[in-house]
Design a protein around this ligand. Structure first.
Ligand code: SF4
Ligand code: SF4
Length: 344
């Protein structure tokens, strides 16, 4: 394992050097308590301590609107596939969001492979940043085993006071170290400090509900007819905030848009939400999930059951965004706790 040190006094220079080579996006404070990934050219606007951004980094991997092809029939049938990519660096990605990207990678490399996603993913450099403390009461990253780093990044920064200790995980990460020339070797004493921080985190970060991650499949097996879904369904406004802000929700709609000349246009995809009624409508007007109760149950099953059945992996990272963003105050931890109580 290769560890380096970046003194805090060099952070500004580091971001500036990176931004001269490619666009750099980092967490920046917006208003009272919100954060967004925004383009930066210096360290000044970056929030080193932040709670999950309004939208997760998935917006860089699968944009909200993405052109897939353009066509023009002015002279014959011309159709061209479009892949919009640019080399970027994401700085300051938390472990829960890295887990979200790992899940999306799994989904989009599954057959049929999604070329647009995969090409874009290869052009994104990920620099992770450790959460030394809990974000807030909505997080359940410990339950979902995402409180500590588990790969999926090029470099990973941990704040240790006057300096960051940096894990170099890939060749791309190594190249950044070489090119910027701002990093020093980590000493044994500094590595010991990292161990101490992690040991302390293991004490602070506790399972956020009264269950273990291994209990969840049985919980969902038994909980399919639970009253919890109806309770959530009665309150849900079907706004789609929960799915839009979720780092692992990837459903999209494909839309054809014809220009006014009636001869050219484009096909694009746009984020969609299983919480909206038309989502499960099929030809003939039938809908598989007419009620909000059915749609709430579906959302939670997607996070805690279907993904496990298909990929042996939970698709909830514990980031807490769905609960933070829900106007009806439907809370993921409370939903899981209600399921636990029903089956105790
Ligand atoms: S954010 Fe809340 S109200 Fe909106 S769709 Fe999701 S659960 Fe329903
Ligand atoms: S379900 Fe909620 S807590 Fe889990 S990953 Fe999605 S937004 Fe985060």
């Amino acid at each position: 394992m290769k560890y380096k040190i970046l003194k805090k006094e060099h952070l500004n220079n580091f971001i500036n050097l990176l931004s001269q080579r490619q666009k750099v996006f980092a967490p920046v404070k917006k208003g009272e308590k919100h954060f967004v990934f925004e383009e930066v050219t210096s360290a000044a606007p970056i929030s080193i301590k932040y709670i999950p951004t309004i939208l997760p980094p998935k917006k860089f991997f699968m944009p909200q609107n993405e052109t897939l092809l353009e066509y023009n029939t002015h002279e014959g049938q011309n159709m061209e596939a479009v892949v919009e990519i640019q080399d970027i660096v994401l700085f300051g990605v938390h472990t829960c969001d890295i887990a979200g990207i790992q899940y999306l990678n799994l989904v989009f490399t599954d057959r049929p492979k999604d070329l647009n996603y995969l090409l874009r993913k290869n052009s994104i450099t990920i620099i992770g940043l450790e959460c030394n403390d809990y974000c807030d009461e909505y997080a359940s990253c410990n339950l979902m085993e995402n409180a500590l780093p588990n790969g999926g990044y090029d470099l990973f920064f941990t704040d240790l006071g006057d300096y960051f200790i940096v894990h170099v995980n890939t060749l791309a990460g190594d190249n950044i170290i070489e090119i910027t020339r701002l990093f020093e070797e980590a000493s044994h004493a500094q590595l010991d400090e990292l161990d101490k921080l992690r040991a302390n985190k293991r004490k602070i970060f506790k399972n956020e509900i009264d269950a273990d991650i291994t209990d969840i499949p049985a919980l969902f097996e038994k909980g399919q007819q639970s009253k919890v879904w109806e309770d959530n369904g009665n309150r849900c406004l079907a706004c789609g905030n929960c799915t839009n802000t979720c780092p692992t929700c990837y459903c999209f709609d494909v839309i054809d848009e014809l220009n006014l000349d009636l001869k050219s246009g484009k096909r694009y995809r746009a984020w969609d939400s299983c919480q909206s009624e038309p989502f499960a409508k099929v030809a003939g007007g039938e809908s598989f999930r007419k009620s909000r109760t059915q749609r709430q149950k579906h959302r939670f099953n997607r996070k805690f059951k279907f993904s496990v059945d298909k990929y042996s992996r939970y698709s909830c990272t514990g980031c807490g965004r769905c609960s933070r963003a829900c106007m009806a105050k439907i809370n993921l931890k409370e939903t899981l706790t209600a399921l636990v109580k029903e089956h105790k």
